[in-house]
Design a protein around this ligand. Structure first.
Ligand code: DAH
Length: 346
């Protein structure tokens, strides 16, 4: 019997030492099985009990039970230590933002674009989006600017290498006007859309010129649309966008895709029409081109100009942002300079 008692005590010491030393939770489960499992070390002693003398059975039985209890206790202790290490009890609200964290702001162009979209949506326009890589036909030819037209020269752009010198040649769009063509082809008429978007020109950059800028195109085609409708809608929209009652001037202008064409000026926002460096002492700022859709444009998309008529307009969103906030260098918009961008954070 002394022999069994010695063995049990040895196993107990060994188990306790092994369990204490273990470094991970998986091992604890393994050791639990090794010592306390059905075929484990302690179970072996329990099986020996029946071969012992009557008076020895209770002594050895008691020792086995005490050993089991001691091992269970140490296992629980170690498990608990692992548990509390993985879920520390901290007095912290982890849903709170960290101290000093900065939130991103909306780019001023995006902010203004949303504002313009909201205003024109209230006036009954649907907002459409288009590709920045266009083909020659949508960007020029269908807008009554054929291959030979001099208007192409003032809208030089970045051509994507292409062997063909025809309508399928791809380029970075020079204006949002191709959305007139795409919308009429896709949705048919009657139609009332605005298309804000990024456009590209081959420019030598300086404070007033940038290769990349934003425009907003507008188009309304229906039966019996007249220039009075254009004047009424734009007068209203300009005041809504600027948030004040500015003077607006309409004068004749030439764009191949409208006839008659107009240029719309607004009273200089910086000097209130008195004359300053920004308005070159005229008191006026060019705001938008517009006009009645040229019959050739309607014909290009198989719409009968004897039945349908429409107006179109296009203005620079980048330019509007510069006027609205008094920004004197167009390059700031794409500079990624946080000192500039932070000023627009709401
Ligand atoms: N696409 C012209 C430009 O970028 C602007 C423009 C003028 C658009 C007259 C129009 C328009 O729709 O009717 O210079």
């Amino acid at each position: 019997m002394d022999d069994i008692i010695k063995q049990i005590k040895e196993i107990k010491d060994k188990a306790i030492e092994e369990i204490r030393k273990t470094a991970n939770l998986d091992n604890i489960f393994m050791l639990e099985k090794k010592y306390l499992g059905r075929k484990g070390e302690i179970a072996k002693f329990s099986k020996m009990l029946k071969d012992l003398a009557q008076d020895q059975k209770p002594v050895v039985g008691k020792l086995i039970n005490e050993t089991k209890e001691a091992i269970v206790e140490i296992i629980n202790e170690v498990k608990q230590a692992f548990d509390s290490a993985s879920t520390p009890k901290l007095d912290l609200d982890l849903t709170l933002p960290s101290a000093g964290q900065e939130f991103a702001g909306v780019h001023p162009i995006t902010y203004l674009k949303w504002k313009v979209e909201d205003i024109f949506a209230k006036l009954g326009f649907t907002v459409v989006d288009g590709w920045e890589v266009e083909d020659d036909w949508h960007n020029f030819t269908a807008l009554n600017i054929p291959q030979w037209h001099p208007a192409r020269d003032i809208q030089d752009t970045f051509y994507i290498k292409h062997k063909r010198d025809d309508d399928k040649k791809t380029l970075l769009r020079t204006h949002t006007s191709p959305l007139q063509i795409r919308s009429m082809l896709k949705k048919g008429v009657p139609l009332r859309i605005i298309a804000p978007g990024r456009v590209y020109r081959n420019e030598a950059t300086d404070a007033r010129h940038e290769t990349t800028f934003w425009q907003v195109e507008g188009l309304y085609v229906d039966k019996g649309v007249s220039i009075d409708n254009l004047i009424a809608v734009l007068n209203k929209a300009i005041k809504m966008v600027l948030g004040k009652d500015v003077k607006i001037r309409w004068r004749p202008g030439y764009f191949p895709f409208v006839e008659p064409g107009v240029e719309i000026d607004i009273e200089c926002l910086l000097c209130s029409g008195k004359g300053c460096g920004v308005c070159k002492d005229t008191g006026w700022l060019e705001f938008s081109g517009a006009g009645m859709v040229h019959p050739n444009v309607l014909k290009a998309v198989d719409i009968d100009p004897d039945i349908w008529s429409g107006y179109a307009f296009g203005f620079g969103l980048t330019r509007l942002a510069m006027l609205k906030w008094g920004i004197d260098d167009v390059r700031l918009f794409l500079s990624g300079d946080l000192r500039f961008l932070k000023q627009f954070k709401k």
